[in-house]
Design a protein around this ligand. Sequence first.
Ligand code: ATP
Length: 240
Amino acid sequence: REQNPALKIEALCAGYGRFDVVRDVSLRVGKGEAVALLGPNGAGKTTVLRAIMSLIKNRRGSIRIGDTDVSSFPPHRVASGYAAIAPEGRRLFTELTVEDNLILGAFRLRHEKARVESLLASVYALFPVLLTYRQRRSSFLSGGEQQMVAIGRMLMSDPEILLLDEPSIALSPVAVGIVVKALLELRRRGASLLLVEQRVDVAAEVCDRLYIMTHGEIVEEMTPDDIKHEGFDIINKYLG
Ligand code: ATP
């Protein structure tokens, strides 16, 4: 029997007010698969992620995470072990320590102390540098390290799918390298991820499959190999 994918979206329409900025989007992320949603500014990528988290009121279509239809769940319920998001710009509490930022990600598990401790240990095992800096205010970390905290904070809710919104944005080349390494490490651990990116190189290095989105619609699906062999023309067509 085939396993349900980590995420399956069918015929999603979503927008603000009465205006749809996402139209008839269908996509899937298999268990342990990494998938990118690529597209120019304003294509609607962030809106897809926010719709998955139930943060958009104007939304139709079906969203399944694993065996569960989460389409009608309120945001706190989606965030309680189904999906977690690392928003664009990371949105850490920069005055708090690294460890306190991580623990905030486990808010729903606050009554399960042992579970929180073990999740924390697994985040530190994944990103040992965060253990070194655990008592530091997160504002003292580099951009790449802060992105690791944002990823770690997602892992603290033990979700079935991780949603990342442009983790490479506004980072130095060194920091982008750190983020790519962190994402590859997540993959080795078997995480399922949906990565919103504007950088084709980052998406192609990390992901198994890529969807191209323009003007609120998915217009193409490809693999990193397609891009290597013929795709930069296709990419230029859509991303400019
Ligand atoms: P970016 O990389 O700029 O975030 P994106 O592909 O993620 O691009 P979205 O952020 O999903 O695009 O935005 C899609 C469209 O929806 C844009 O035209 C944007 O102006 C509009 N939009 C986004 N947020 C809101 C909002 N809160 N209210 C009204 N319109 C919005």
